[in-house]
Design a protein around this ligand. Structure first.
Ligand SMILES: [Zn+2]
Length: 288
């Protein structure tokens, strides 16, 4: 413990960066906590003997023995674990290079487990932020929107698409016969322009009865979340995909008796080597 505890000093990482040192100290702290708990192993085993000899006493004794055995086993496994042994190796090497451990007195013994989980959360947030920025980079101009809507009318002349608010509120409705029964589906897409030139697409399948809420969730979890053309094609796929069964489990209904509520695309290359987009139906629970 003392040897590894000096790791976070600026000159004492011995080749490890701060994150590695924190992770190692957190692992040692976990081992120390387990070891502290094991001090109670014997008292736990003998405690039932203070009460009269009954079947309940024997059960408590048995539980105490099994519980303590499991704790010892778990500690041994962690101790022999590759990661733990790597920490000891590193500490031995570091001590070989510099046996002066006086700096370790400055290093706190506890709090490394919390510090490690805080660092991990922060790293995840940074990653999410980077991903969002990447997805939102494509700007969507007024001309882009008009062109995409024109293309939609040409590609799907039978689908009713109307707009309001300068093409920023889009309504699409049609009767879908791809579910078990014909049902009228109404979709609303709102293009939210942000001050920094980026945009957000909010899409909803209106209505509170099945399958509308499931469809809304499946659209919300779509890939290419900022691509308007992709979103409109996905909505159109609720009309055009005739197959009523799920492309993954091949069944018509899921456990909740809901027909496939999701549409996802894949690229298919035909004999002439031309690639085209094909839409398939999936249950909400069958999405990756
Ligand atoms: Zn399925």
């Amino acid at each position: 413990m003392a040897a590894a505890a000096k790791l976070p000093q600026p000159d004492a990482g011995a080749g490890w960066d701060e994150a590695q040192c924190i992770a190692a100290l957190a692992q040692l702290e976990r081992l120390k906590t387990q070891l502290d708990d094991l001090r109670l192993a014997i008292p736990r085993v003998v405690e039932p003997f203070y009460s009269p000899p009954t079947p309940a006493m024997f059960r408590a004794f048995k539980q105490g023995v099994i519980g303590s055995q499991n704790e010892i086993k778990s500690f041994r496994n962690q101790w022999h674990d590759q990661d733990t042994q790597a920490i000891f190796d590193h500490a031995r090497k570091s001590m070989g290079q510099n046996p002066d451990l006086s700096a370790s007195a400055q290093v706190q013994q506890y709090g490394w487990i919390e510090k490690e989980s805080r660092e991990k959360e922060a790293a995840l947030l940074r990653k999410d932020g980077a991903q969002e920025a990447e997805e939102a980079q494509v700007a969507l101009t007024q001309e882009d929107i008009s062109r995409i809507l024109d293309d939609f009318h040409k590609t799907y002349p039978n689908l009713n698409l109307t707009t309001e608010n300068g093409n920023h509120n889009i309504m699409i409705q049609f009767v879908s016969t791809s579910a078990s029964a014909a049902s009228r589906l109404r979709f609303r897409v709102i293009i939210e322009q942000k001050a920094n030139g980026q945009h957000k697409l909010n899409a909803e399948c209106l209505g509170t009865a099945d399958p509308s809420p499931a469809i809304t969730r499946c659209i919300a979890s779509r890939p290419q979340a900022n691509d308007l053309k992709y979103l409109l094609d996905m909505i159109a796929a609720y009309k055009t995909v005739k197959g009523t069964s799920c492309a993954k489990c091949k069944k018509m209904f899921d456990n909740e008796m809901i027909a496939p509520a999701a549409r996802r695309s894949k690229q298919v290359t035909d004999a002439n080597e031309t690639s085209e987009t094909v839409w398939e139906a999936f249950h909400e629970g069958c999405l990756d």
